[in-house]
Design a protein around this ligand. Structure first.
Ligand code: ATP
Ligand code: MG
Length: 352
C-alpha cells in the first residue's frame, strides 16, 4: 500500500469549498482503486488566521510542511481583510521560494461539454512548462535620474542551471506525451538572454533524439495558441512568456474555474505544491456555486506527479464525462452547484 501524506491548505474564499470537495474525490479514488492511501492534515493558514495571529503561517510552519509528500492548496488572498502583498508573500510565495518550486506546470486542454471562446476549436491538449525562479521576474535593476530624464532598468537573469532544468523537465514530460517540444523564444529582439535560451534548448534537445523540437517567437506563438492550439504538445517558456501563455491557455479552455496548476520542486528535496489557477473569488464565496473542477484537476496533477498517471487519466476522464453530461456551474453557463459537480464526478469514479 502506497501512502501519500498531503498537507491541505484550503486558504481563503472558495478555497474552503473546493479543497474539501477535491479531498472527497481523492479519497474515493483511493477507496475504489486500492493500493493507494492518502493521509490529509489540514492547516488553517489564511487571511483569517492572519487577523488572529498577525502572521500568515506560524514560525515553524514551513518546517512542518517539509514532512509531507505534497501540498494541496486552495486559494490565498482576500484584499478586504489583508493586503495582497502580505497574504501572498506571507504564504504562497514564501512556500514557492523556500521549497525551490522552480517549475510551474499548467495544462490547457479542450474539454467535452465546455464551450471554448475559440471559434472552431479542434481538440487541443497542451502542457506549458514555465521556468518559475528567475528570468524576467528578477529583482535586478533600478531607476536613475528624475523628471524627464528618469530611466528604469530591469535586468533579466537566465542561468544555465535553471534554464536546463526547465528544458529537461519539458523533454521528460514530452516522452510520456506526443514527443514534441516547442520553445518560446524571442531571439530576434532580445539579443542576449534569448539566444542563450535557444542555445541551451539545442544542447538539451540532443539528449532526447526521439523528440521533435521547434522554436517559435513568443509573439507568433501567442497568436498560434489561439488560432492553432492543436499544433502543440509541450511548450517550455521563460517566467514572463510562460506567465502570459498560461493565462491565454486558461482563457481558451473556457473558464478560469477549471484551470489547474502545479509548482514543482524538481529534485524532490522539498514537497511540490498543487494549486489551481483561480484565486479566492470572494464575489462568489459561500454561495455553493464555485466550480470545483480547477481544484479537482489539480488533484489529478498531484496523482500524475506521484507516478499514478493511470489514476490521473481516469480522473480526468470522469471530469469530462461529467462536463460532457452537462453538469456545469454558472461560470460555464450552467446551474449546477459545487456539490452537484463533485458528487457526479465521485459517482463516475465508482463506475469505471
Ligand atoms: P487572485 O488575485 O487571487 O489571483 P482574482 O481576484 O484576480 O484572484 P479570482 O479570484 O480567480 O481572481 O476571480 C476572478 C473571477 O473568476 C471572479 O469573478 C470569480 O468569481 C471567478 N472565478 C474564479 N474561480 C472560480 C471558480 N472556481 N468557479 C467559478 N468562478 C470562479
Ligand atoms: Mg484577488
Amino acid at each position: 500500500m502506497k501512502t501519500l501524506k498531503i498537507a491541505s491548505i484550503p486558504g481563503d474564499g472558495i478555497g474552503k469549498e473546493v479543497v474539501p470537495a477535491s479531498i472527497d474525490v481523492l479519497k474515493t479514488i483511493a477507496d475504489v482503486h486500492g493500493g493507494l492511501k492518502f493521509e490529509f492534515v489540514d492547516f488553517p493558514w489564511s487571511c483569517e488566521y492572519y487577523l488572529e495571529h498577525g502572521t500568515m503561517i506560524p514560525e515553524d510552519g514551513l518546517k512542518r510542511l517539509t514532512d509531507f509528500d505534497g501540498i494541496f492548496l486552495g486559494a490565498v488572498g482576500n484584499p478586504k481583510l489583508v493586503a495582497d502583498h502580505i497574504s501572498l508573500w506571507g504564504l504562497l510565495i514564501k512556500i514557492r521560494r523556500e521549497f525551490e518550486q522552480t517549475i510551474n506546470l499548467r495544462p490547457a486542454k479542450g474539454m467535452r461539454g465546455i464551450q471554448s471562446p475559440l471559434l472552431n476549436p479542434k481538440d487541443f491538449d497542451i502542457m506549458v512548462v514555465r521556468e518559475n525562479s528567475e528570468g524576467e521576474y528578477s529583482s535586478v535593476g533600478g531607476t536613475i535620474y528624475q523628471g524627464e530624464d528618469e530611466i528604469a532598468i530591469q535586468n533579466a537573469v537566465f542561468s544555465r542551471k535553471a534554464t536546463e532544468r526547465a528544458m529537461r523537465f519539458a523533454f521528460d514530460l514530452s516522452t510520456k506525451r506526443k514527443k514534441h517540444v516547442t520553445s518560446a523564444t524571442k531571439s530576434n529582439g532580445i539579443v542576449y538572454s534569448m539566444p542563450f535560451w535557444d542555445k541551451v534548448f539545442k544542447d538539451v534537445s540532443k539528449e532526447y533524439p526521439e523528440i521533435k523540437t521547434e522554436s517559435q517567437h513568443i509573439d507568433a506563438l501567442a497568436a498560434f495558441f489561439v488560432t492553432k492550439p492543436h499544433r502543440f504538445d509541450v511548450i517550455v517558456a521563460s517566467n514572463l512568456f510562460g506567465d502570459i501563455l498560461t493565462d491565454i491557455g486558461a482563457a481558451i479552455m473556457g473558464s478560469i474555474g477549471i484551470a489547474p496548476a502545479a509548482n514543482i520542486n524538481v529534485n524532490g528535496k522539498y514537497p511540490s505544491m498543487f494549486e489551481p489557477v483561480h484565486g479566492s473569488a470572494p464575489d462568489i464565496e459561500g454561495k455553493g456555486i464555485a466550480n470545483p473542477i480547477g481544484q479537482i484537476w489539480t488533484a489529478k496533477m498531484m496523482l500524475d506527479h506521484f507516478g499514478e498517471e493511470e489514476l490521473g487519466a481516469k480522473l480526468l476522464d470522469c471530469i469530462e464525462n461529467v462536463t460532457g453530461a452537462g453538469y456545469l456551474t454558472p461560470d460555464l453557463g450552467g446551474n449546477s452547484t459545487t456539490s452537484d459537480v463533485t458528487i457526479a464526478i465521485i459517482n463516475q469514479l465508482k463506475t469505471i
